[in-house]
Structure formats: C-alpha cells, structure tokens
Design a protein around this ligand. Structure first.
Ligand code: ZN
Length: 295
C-alpha cells in the first residue's frame, strides 16, 4: 500500500508519542501499531496498562515537539550493532528487525531515534497537531487511537462543539463539564436510591404480582432478595411485561417448578429453580401468565 502524507504525519507522531511515554519511565511494549495501514487514524496496542494521566502528558509533549519544528532525518547503517553504536537512544522492535540486515534510523531532532522503514514527514510542524482520540483498557492492555494533522483539528472541533451544544442546552459552562457530570451522577444516584426505597414499600404492600412497564426490573434484584429474607413465607413476582423475576422465600409453599413448566408452554424462556424464576416472557401472553400465577 502506498504511503501518504497523512499517513506520514500520523506515523511520525507515533514515534514521538512512543518516546514521550518512555520519557515518563514507562517500559512500553508495543504489540502492534497500525499507523501505516490507514491514513486517518493511528492505533497502538501496548501490552501494559498506561494510566490516562501519562497518556495525556505524552500527548502534550508530542504537541510541544511538533511546535519546535524538529528536523526528521534518516540514516542507513549496515546492521543493528552499528545503528545502536551511533544512536544510543535507538528504539527498535527486536521481533520485527533482522539484526544482520541494513537498518534505517529515523531521527527526530535529538528527541527520538527509531529503526523504521516507513514514510515520515521532513519537519515536525508538518504534523500540525497530534491528539489522542480514544483509550481503552481491555485484557490488561492499553489500546490508544490517535489522530494527526487536519483530522486531529477536525476531531477536536467536533468534540468542542458537542460540549458547547450540550452546555447550552443544559445550562452549564463548557469548561466545567466534569463538575456537571459529577453533579448529575450524584443526582441520579439519589433518584435511584429513592426509587428503590419506593419499590421496597410497594413490595411490602403488595408482594403478589408487581407490574412495572418499561422499567428495567433486574435493578431491583437486591431489594427482592432482601424482602424475601425478611418475609420468608412470601413469594414475589415482578415483571415489566417482557421479563419476569420470581423469588420464593424459604417458608413459602408455592411450587415454582410446575408454574415454570406451565409458562414455558406460553413462551417463557429462562431459568427455573425451586426458589426462583428469571427470564423472558412473551408480552402478548402476559395476562395468561399472571392468571396462571394467581390460580
Ligand atoms: Zn517510522
């Protein structure tokens, strides 16, 4: 695949980004880097967990180096030994390098030296800007997506405008988005707590069958268990029309197994044990299911 200027921007930035992470004392092991495959988006897979703060610090550092407009040069060496002798700070990927073959070293000012075959910019200002787009921690690894050049600018503008738009609609100051989210989360938590308290009171008043349409009923699992523990002679049946959860107290005599068998005939799909039923029901058969329960 032919390498483009956008790819060169992204890829040269990746060199600096790797250096900026190493500068912070991180011994990173890049499992895979994809900048030379696609033009508009770069990806690195690092075998360690790299904390968010270190990634953002490295991002800042890369942009400082871009502004310094460092010259990017290449030099060929006969083999890896020669290359490392001349460039003690050389970064290279041992797995991907034939030690006996000629090595091309890419230097970015005095900042970074790396063995690489791909296309690079000539001056770091050509990169224009570098930004991290997405970070994910999966399976003990860090996957980082990043952008350079106009893609980075467009991305930042898009994010900024979304924040401004959200701020206008919800009346907060864009710079304080984190405070706003924190407050919202606290409010949501309070509401959820209140909701659970109300639910528990409903349980106490009418534990037979509770129909809560359009509500995600699994969130009340804790309350249901607690209620059954406190009222072992009772059985609770809660449904939103699509899912049904039934829990039986240890002194309750209701036969859940045979009820479970009957509703399977009405389209129920899920788990049935001696003490609980949990699964999907056919919405159109809701009334029949409930009639069966009350029978
Ligand atoms: Zn390179």
């Amino acid at each position: 695949m032919e390498e483009s200027i956008e790819g060169a921007r992204l890829h040269t930035a990746e060199h600096m980004f790797a250096r900026a992470l190493q500068e912070q004392g991180l011994d990173i092991h890049v499992r895979k880097a994809d900048t030379y495959r696609e033009d508009d988006i770069g990806k690195v897979y690092i075998k360690e967990i790299i904390p968010f703060e270190k990634i953002t610090l490295a991002e800042k550092r890369v942009n400082e180096k871009i502004l310094e407009n460092l010259a990017v040069k290449e030099e060929n060496f006969e083999n890896l030994d020669e290359a490392t002798k001349n460039n003690p700070k050389l970064r290279f990927n041992e797995d991907r390098l034939d030690k006996e073959k000629e090595v091309r070293v890419i230097s970015i000012g005095d900042y970074d030296f790396s063995a690489c075959k791909h296309l690079h910019v000539k001056q770091t200002k050509e990169i224009v800007m570098f930004t991290v787009k997405r970070i994910s921690y999966l399976g003990g690894e860090t996957e980082i997506e990043f952008l350079a050049g106009t893609y980075a600018l467009m991305f930042l503008m898009q994010i900024k405008n979304q924040v401004i738009n959200a701020a206008m609609e919800r009346h907060f100051i864009p710079e304080k988005i984190l405070d706003y989210i924190k407050n919202e989360n606290e409010r949501t938590n309070e509401l959820e707590k209140e909701e659970k308290e109300i639910f528990y009171r409903i349980l106490e008043e009418n534990p037979q069958v509770i129909l809560l349409k359009e509500v995600k009923i699994s969130k009340f699992y804790g309350e249901l268990n607690y209620f059954i523990k406190n009222n072992p002679e009772k059985c609770v049946n809660i449904t939103n029309g699509k899912q049904i959860i039934i829990l039986k107290g240890k002194d309750c005599t209701k036969d859940l197994q045979s009820f479970g068998e009957k509703i399977k005939g009405l389209g129920f799909a899920g788990n049935v044990t001696d003490n609980s039923i949990n699964g999907k029901i056919d919405e159109t058969k809701l009334k029949e299911v409930m009639d069966l329960w009350k029978a």
